[in-house]
Design a protein around this ligand. Sequence first.
Ligand SMILES: [Zn+2]
Ligand SMILES: [Zn+2]
Length: 135
Amino acid sequence: MLLCYIEGMNSARQTKQRNTIIKEVVSAEGPLSIAEIHERASAKVPRLGIATVYRTIKALKEQGRVAVVELPGEEPRYEPVGRGHHHHFRCRSCDQTFDLEVCPVGVPQGTMLPGGYTVEDHSLTLYGQCSTCLA
Ligand SMILES: [Zn+2]
Ligand SMILES: [Zn+2]
Protein backbone atom coordinates (compact mmCIF):
# COMPACT_ATOMS: atom_id res chain seq x y z
CA MET A 1 0.00 0.00 0.00
CA LEU A 2 2.80 2.39 0.88
CA LEU A 3 4.85 1.47 -2.14
CA CYS A 4 3.34 3.83 -4.61
CA TYR A 5 4.30 6.81 -6.65
CA ILE A 6 5.08 10.16 -5.07
CA GLU A 7 4.86 13.08 -7.43
CA GLY A 8 8.09 14.88 -8.13
CA MET A 9 10.32 11.95 -7.19
CA ASN A 10 10.89 9.89 -10.25
CA SER A 11 14.52 9.16 -11.01
CA ALA A 12 15.71 5.62 -10.38
CA ARG A 13 17.87 6.77 -7.49
CA GLN A 14 15.02 8.77 -5.95
CA THR A 15 12.71 5.79 -6.28
CA LYS A 16 15.25 3.59 -4.53
CA GLN A 17 15.73 6.14 -1.75
CA ARG A 18 12.00 6.51 -1.27
CA ASN A 19 11.31 2.77 -1.27
CA THR A 20 14.11 2.17 1.23
CA ILE A 21 12.72 4.85 3.55
CA ILE A 22 9.22 3.35 3.32
CA LYS A 23 10.57 -0.14 3.95
CA GLU A 24 12.38 1.01 7.10
CA VAL A 25 9.23 2.66 8.47
CA VAL A 26 7.03 -0.35 7.68
CA SER A 27 9.42 -3.00 9.03
CA ALA A 28 10.47 -1.10 12.16
CA GLU A 29 9.71 -2.44 15.63
CA GLY A 30 7.94 0.83 16.42
CA PRO A 31 7.67 4.45 15.32
CA LEU A 32 10.97 6.01 14.15
CA SER A 33 12.33 9.54 14.32
CA ILE A 34 13.74 11.19 11.19
CA ALA A 35 17.25 10.59 12.54
CA GLU A 36 16.51 6.89 13.12
CA ILE A 37 15.00 6.49 9.65
CA HIS A 38 18.01 8.25 8.17
CA GLU A 39 20.46 6.07 10.08
CA ARG A 40 18.79 2.83 8.98
CA ALA A 41 18.05 3.81 5.38
CA SER A 42 21.48 5.30 4.71
CA ALA A 43 23.04 1.95 5.61
CA LYS A 44 21.31 0.63 2.48
CA VAL A 45 21.38 3.68 0.23
CA PRO A 46 24.78 5.40 0.35
CA ARG A 47 24.86 9.21 0.41
CA LEU A 48 21.22 9.46 1.46
CA GLY A 49 20.70 12.98 2.78
CA ILE A 50 18.59 13.65 5.85
CA ALA A 51 16.70 16.31 3.81
CA THR A 52 15.49 13.53 1.52
CA VAL A 53 14.19 11.62 4.53
CA TYR A 54 12.36 14.75 5.74
CA ARG A 55 10.88 15.38 2.31
CA THR A 56 9.78 11.79 1.77
CA ILE A 57 8.18 11.49 5.20
CA LYS A 58 6.44 14.84 4.73
CA ALA A 59 4.98 13.66 1.42
CA LEU A 60 3.85 10.35 2.93
CA LYS A 61 2.26 12.22 5.83
CA GLU A 62 0.39 14.54 3.47
CA GLN A 63 -0.87 11.51 1.58
CA GLY A 64 -2.18 10.02 4.80
CA ARG A 65 0.13 7.02 4.64
CA VAL A 66 2.31 7.84 7.62
CA ALA A 67 1.16 9.09 11.03
CA VAL A 68 3.05 11.18 13.58
CA VAL A 69 3.64 9.78 17.06
CA GLU A 70 4.40 12.49 19.60
CA LEU A 71 5.82 11.53 22.97
CA PRO A 72 6.31 14.29 25.54
CA GLY A 73 9.79 15.80 25.34
CA GLU A 74 10.70 13.73 22.27
CA GLU A 75 11.15 14.58 18.63
CA PRO A 76 8.27 13.37 16.43
CA ARG A 77 8.29 9.75 15.30
CA TYR A 78 6.54 8.22 12.33
CA GLU A 79 4.65 4.99 11.77
CA PRO A 80 2.51 3.56 8.96
CA VAL A 81 -1.18 4.45 9.07
CA GLY A 82 -3.59 1.57 9.63
CA ARG A 83 -1.84 -0.35 12.39
CA GLY A 84 -5.07 -0.23 14.42
CA HIS A 85 -5.35 0.25 18.16
CA HIS A 86 -1.97 -0.17 19.79
CA HIS A 87 0.35 1.36 22.37
CA HIS A 88 4.03 2.19 22.52
CA PHE A 89 6.75 1.13 24.90
CA ARG A 90 9.65 3.48 25.36
CA CYS A 91 12.94 1.95 26.55
CA ARG A 92 14.74 4.37 28.84
CA SER A 93 18.11 2.71 28.24
CA CYS A 94 18.36 2.52 24.45
CA ASP A 95 15.81 5.27 23.68
CA GLN A 96 13.97 3.05 21.21
CA THR A 97 10.19 3.04 20.95
CA PHE A 98 8.37 -0.25 20.34
CA ASP A 99 4.84 -1.19 19.27
CA LEU A 100 3.09 -3.26 21.92
CA GLU A 101 0.95 -6.19 20.84
CA VAL A 102 -1.19 -6.12 23.94
CA CYS A 103 -3.48 -3.42 25.29
CA PRO A 104 -2.92 -3.21 29.04
CA VAL A 105 -5.90 -0.92 29.67
CA GLY A 106 -8.91 -2.67 31.17
CA VAL A 107 -11.42 0.11 30.54
CA PRO A 108 -13.54 -0.87 27.52
CA GLN A 109 -15.22 1.65 25.24
CA GLY A 110 -18.54 2.70 26.71
CA THR A 111 -17.45 2.33 30.33
CA MET A 112 -19.16 4.88 32.54
CA LEU A 113 -16.78 6.38 35.09
CA PRO A 114 -17.77 8.02 38.38
CA GLY A 115 -18.83 11.57 37.61
CA GLY A 116 -20.71 10.49 34.48
CA TYR A 117 -17.78 10.31 32.05
CA THR A 118 -18.29 7.84 29.21
CA VAL A 119 -15.04 6.39 27.84
CA GLU A 120 -14.63 6.42 24.06
CA ASP A 121 -10.91 5.82 23.66
CA HIS A 122 -7.59 5.98 25.46
CA SER A 123 -3.98 6.64 24.70
CA LEU A 124 -1.05 5.47 26.73
CA THR A 125 2.71 5.12 26.49
CA LEU A 126 4.63 2.79 28.77
CA TYR A 127 8.23 3.37 29.87
CA GLY A 128 10.82 0.91 31.09
CA GLN A 129 13.50 -1.45 29.83
CA CYS A 130 13.33 -3.49 26.62
CA SER A 131 14.38 -7.15 26.69
CA THR A 132 17.74 -6.40 25.01
CA CYS A 133 18.67 -3.78 27.58
CA LEU A 134 17.49 -5.90 30.47
CA ALA A 135 19.62 -8.88 29.37
ZN1 LIG B 1 16.34 -0.91 25.28
ZN1 LIG C 1 -5.35 0.22 24.44
